[in-house]
Write a protein that binds this ligand. Structure first.
Ligand SMILES: [Zn+2]
Length: 357
């Protein structure tokens, strides 16, 4: 991120065996080796206690991925993840169900405090074709309802609120922090815009099952070469899709071009959260300057990039793998990290924030 220094985090261990971090079993062994002690402490803590994490990162920064991996590794039953965006979509569904709609309105009548009449809010919720702005007081009360539902669990709130301006944003946190009698933690994620850009440009989707993959960063098992087009296509791994070719979505070739403004707002909000006092902050970075990687990370923790060629003689696609290199927002040459080392850093820093050391 420009003008904001996120510290480098060392996950390298001398003589570490090589792990395949895309494999669930291997990944468990990896976490056992690198943060086994910390995971034990967290599980012990979660038997009697909880915490609330606010995840703050730019759009497409991988917030959900990190939170879900934390849950998978630490405690599936006592950790929850919810995104404000999904929450609003759930509310849309409730409004279509007569019984649930009544309950929702009942709840809002008791709990909503704001300047816009409740009736107008319900109307604008029901007519979201125009993607009208939702008042921050409404989002706040809905977030509280969601938190109350998960009373005995640690929660990761995937928190950027596109709708909020900067003033409502700080009000939002001021109101939510200390809402529950357990520690609050900010998790700020720094992902270079070049990473977000490439993720968007290279993503392909199965037209049948909507699974999303990436030609360059996350290929499927089967890659097909088209002789006429002189290029490769990913074939969906899902057997029900019977060899469907994955395709790019229109507009994705523009990368971050279409969300530039959004990314700028996100960055300002992260900086604002960074300067909020009185709440512990976990700082995560997804990239590592190339000249520091030998010292700080193991080779298998670096994201590989894939490129393809056609071996005409053997009629086979050649797959070339090498470390994915990008320029970060300060134009430093970096490697991008796989999600697991970022989650190692997350686990260690949360243990510290909770004083479990
Ligand atoms: Zn499919």
């Amino acid at each position: 991120m420009r003008d904001l220094e996120f510290p480098l985090f060392k996950t390298k261990i001398e003589n570490s065996p090589k792990f395949d971090l895309t494999d669930v079993k291997d990944r468990q062994k990896y976490f056992e080796l690198k943060v086994g002690e910390e995971i034990k402490k967290l599980r012990e803590y979660l038997k009697e206690n909880t915490f609330i994490v606010y995840l703050l990162g730019k759009k497409n920064s991988g917030k959900g991925t990190y939170a879900k991996m934390f849950k998978e590794i630490v405690d599936k039953d006592r950790v929850e993840h919810f995104s404000i965006g999904d929450m609003i979509r759930e509310v849309d569904k409730e409004l279509k169900d007569g019984e649930k709609k009544k309950e929702l309105i009942n709840f809002l009548e008791k709990n909503y405090r704001g300047f816009i009449p409740l009736k107008d809010i319900i109307d604008s919720l029901e007519d979201r074709s125009t993607s009208k702005l939702l008042p921050s007081e409404l989002i706040l009360v809905l977030a509280k309802r969601e938190i109350a539902k998960k009373e005995r669990k640690a929660i990761f709130i995937d928190g950027f609120l596109r709708e909020l301006d900067q003033v409502s944003y700080s009000l939002f946190f001021r109101d939510l922090i200390d809402y529950r009698q357990d520690p609050d933690i900010f998790v700020l994620i720094d992902v270079p815009e070049a990473v977000i850009d490439e993720r968007i440009k290279n993503r392909v989707v199965c037209p049948l099952c909507q699974t999303s993959r990436s030609l360059k960063l996350l290929p499927t098992k089967k890659v097909e070469y088209d002789q006429k087009e002189k290029r490769v296509h990913l074939i969906c791994d899902n057997s029900e899709c019977k060899g469907a070719r994955m395709v790019a979505k229109e507009g994705d070739e523009l990368g971050i071009e279409l969300i530039k403004e959004r990314l700028k707002t996100d960055e300002n909000l992260i900086k604002q959260a960074f300067s909020l006092y009185g709440i512990p902050k976990v700082l995560l970075r997804n990239s590592m300057p190339k000249d520091k990687t030998k010292e700080f990370v193991d080779d298998y923790e670096i994201t590989p990039e894939y490129s393809y060629g056609w071996d005409g003689k053997n009629r086979k696609v050649k797959i070339i793998e090498k470390p994915w290199q990008i320029l970060d927002d300060n134009k430093v040459t970096c490697y991008s990290l796989m999600p697991p080392p970022v989650v190692v850093s997350l686990i260690k820093q949360i243990v510290e924030a909770l004083n479990l050391t």
